[in-house]
Design a protein around this ligand. Structure first.
Ligand SMILES: [Zn+2]
Ligand SMILES: [Zn+2]
Length: 344
């Protein structure tokens, strides 16, 4: 059995643009929790947002907070009531634990639970640290085919799976994905797996679009040089992953009759919706908030090779360099997904 120390290193956000590695006690698993030694943690736009602005909407960082919610690791201890897990098993972590008893939870929409405790969302600590505890039902063993990085990226892949389910992508669908960041690249791949025969992706950087082309999208459009209205494309589904209100408004106009629009990207609070375009075509418009019941699907897609995760990991950082990891994408076009390794 692995010896578990009593204290660990944790990367703690103290206040805006101030992160330092501190010693923290290793958490004790509750009766239905497991203790996980964290292997790899992807960085996400929301982590960067908390680091740079100290808040996302109503969630405000008031006390020191550990960021990071895309995590994988190895189980090192079990709570007293845990029967379905083993010490030593490699796992992917679903970072939000809902109450499991409210109306939303009982309706199967646990992502909408008002009492969810989600990693790296104030006041709940995340995974940029050596050990975390998590409820046993939100810890998923992964097969050997999945690297530690891929097991961490089951989280953003879950965002993509949830978006494709919400969009009801079916065989033969024509899908437009706006934004070729990590979520856009995963949404595009997942749309193919759901049966889309055309997947057009837009971005403003050629490097990201080249990555998308390598991952099997059917057409890439750099909207800096070729604005969408000039492309004259009609989609059945828009997966909006850019978070850019102007790009989103333009893209809605590319959706055809009885199409679906899903807002996946975090963007501004408001955007202009071309309402007559939406009305006369009976376009459905919805948003997604995280995901529900996606881990088994996402793990199977990654393990079978249907979705490629490893090549999206472009930059690697140890715990001391979390601030660099969080700002890498803004500095460098070639950054897709920076990953932090808490054990290094
Ligand atoms: Zn994320
Ligand atoms: Zn609930």
């Amino acid at each position: 059995m692995t010896r578990v120390p009593t204290s660990m290193r944790a990367s703690v956000l103290q206040k805006i643009e101030d992160i330092a590695v501190e010693q923290r006690p290793v958490p004790e698993p509750g009766p239905h929790e497991v203790l996980v030694r964290v292997s790899a943690v992807g960085t996400c736009g929301s982590d960067t947002h908390y680091y740079e602005r100290g808040r996302i909407g109503d969630f405000v960082v008031r006390e020191p907070l550990i960021l990071g919610h895309e995590a994988s690791g190895t189980i090192v201890a079990l709570g007293s009531e845990v029967r379905d897990h083993e010490v030593g098993s490699r796992v992917s972590l679903e970072p939000g634990v809902p109450c499991l008893s409210c109306h939303e939870c009982r309706s199967g929409r646990y992502n909408l639970c008002p009492d969810v405790r989600f990693f790296a969302t104030p006041p709940i600590d995340g995974a940029f640290c050596e050990y975390v505890t998590l409820h046993e039902q939100f810890v998923y063993p992964v097969p050997d085919e999945l690297s530690d990085e891929a097991a961490a990226m089951i989280e953003p892949l879950s965002v993509a799976v949830w978006a494709c389910r919400k969009a009801r992508i079916s065989p033969g669908a024509r899908v437009l994905v706006t934004g070729a960041g990590p979520v856009g690249l995963l949404a595009a791949q997942t749309a193919r797996v759901f049966g889309a025969t055309e997947v057009v992706i837009t971005d403003v950087t050629d490097h990201r679009l080249r990555t998308a082309a390598e991952l099997g999208v059917t057409e890439t459009v750099n909207v800096r040089h070729r604005p969408l209205p000039e492309v004259d494309y009609e989609a059945d589904v828009l997966l909006e992953c850019s978070g850019n209100p102007t790009a989103a408004t333009e893209a809605v106009r590319s959706v055809g009759r009885a199409g679906r629009v899903v807002f996946v990207g975090l963007g501004g609070d408001e955007l202009l919706l071309p309402l007559s375009h939406v009305q006369t075509r009976e376009i459905e418009v919805t948003g997604t908030f995280r995901y529900a019941n996606t881990w088994p699907t996402a793990i199977a897609l990654a393990a079978s090779g249907a979705v490629e995760l490893d090549s999206l990991v472009t930059h690697r950082f140890e715990l001391e360099r979390v601030p660099e990891a969080l700002t890498a994408a803004a500095r460098d076009d070639t950054v897709v997904k920076p990953v932090v390794y808490p054990q290094r």
